[in-house]
Design a protein around this ligand. Structure first.
Ligand code: AMP
Ligand code: MN
Ligand code: MN
Ligand code: MN
Length: 293
């Protein structure tokens, strides 16, 4: 079974490595199949695909789409997505909301005595999408919390001064964009949403009704118990099982590329499914196409 890591971030969203650095690190860690799944952004694919050919691993073009469902924010990962206009237009809309939200977060924080947060976050984002991660990093650097996690706790979560409600894609929109792009829609880290068992069942049923095909059973942001609980949902629903570290950078030593436990028994790995092979895999290990001269 190949070593797969199907959820990771680069500088194109809120990760801290370039796509090439990310692929190099994955290869060094023994990962054989890597998906780059930046938040609402696919700008890292071209560089990652070239690097994957260079380092001899297989590259899966992916994305992590922000979704608003029943008032909460969820993430839907798309795997094996092509550059389809529906997906690109949808992501562009979410990035426009992100841009407005970033300014609004800055205004709200300013009212609470945090100056220049918008400029600080934009500087850290270096012109790509602006994420709450960048606000957390900036505020931590200004002494507003011990670390990014502390800043989330006190400033950025719901009911905190810098919180702005999400207005992301609807669940059926996100799944539709992924499918239009020929990809597989995967519900990301489902144990992280703190849903009751009843609500999680409803979410999974709705996700499948929209065309969702897989769920992350093993995630870097799940505990071992979460993985087991999500495996039971995958077996019950028939959703395919995915696995990903959700790696954002080496600063987080507890989430490393490719260091994932095996999928619990009885789950069908998404990378062994018919859905995975319904279009030819991008064999990035093969020689790249000759340059046109
Ligand atoms: P955004 O999509 O801009 O709202 O930012 C969400 C991102 O913030 C997630 O993808 C995580 O990378 C990060 N994040 C969310 N909650 C926390 C937390 N409690 N501590 C640290 N990072 C977090
Ligand atoms: Mn993130
Ligand atoms: Mn996520
Ligand atoms: Mn992620």
């Amino acid at each position: 079974m190949p070593i797969c890591d199907l959820h990771s971030h680069s500088l194109a969203s809120d990760g801290t490595l370039t796509p090439r650095e990310l692929v190099a690190r994955a290869a060094a860690a023994g990962v054989q199949v890597l998906a780059l799944t930046d938040h609402d952004e696919t700008a890292g694919h071209a560089e990652a695909e070239l690097a994957a050919a260079e380092f001899g691993i297989r590259f899966v073009p992916g994305v992590e789409i922000s979704v608003t469902w029943e008032g909460i924010t969820l993430h839907v990962v798309g795997l094996n997505v092509d550059a389809h206009p529906l997906l690109e237009q949808g992501l562009a809309r979410l990035r426009a909301f992100r841009d407005w939200r970033a300014e609004e977060i800055g205004r709200r924080l300013a009212k609470h005595g945090v100056r220049d947060a918008y400029a600080g976050a934009c500087a850290l984002a270096r012109g790509r999408i602006v994420s709450r991660t960048h606000f957390a990093q900036y505020l931590a650097s200004q002494g507003f919390g011990r670390d990014a996690r502390g800043v989330f706790q006190h400033f950025l979560r719901r009911n905190k001064p810098g919180h702005v409600p999400g207005n992301w894609a609807a669940l059926d929109e996100a799944v539709g964009w992924v499918r239009a792009a020929g990809g597989i829609a995967v519900l990301a880290h489902p144990a992280r949403y703190d849903l009751s068992a009843t609500k999680l069942r409803r979410l999974l049923a709705e996700f499948m009704a929209c065309g969702g095909e897989a769920m992350e059973v093993v995630s870097g942001s799940h505990s071992r118990e979460d993985n087991e609980a999500m495996a039971a949902h995958a077996r019950r629903t028939g959703l395919l099982a995915s696995a990903g570290s959700d790696f954002h950078g080496p600063e987080n030593p507890w989430v490393e590329l490719g260091r994932l436990p095996e999928l619990p028994a009885g789950c069908v790995p998404v990378w062994e499914s018919g859905a995975w092979t319904r279009k030819p895999a991008r064999d990035t290990v093969a020689d790249p196409a000759p340059a046109c001269v």
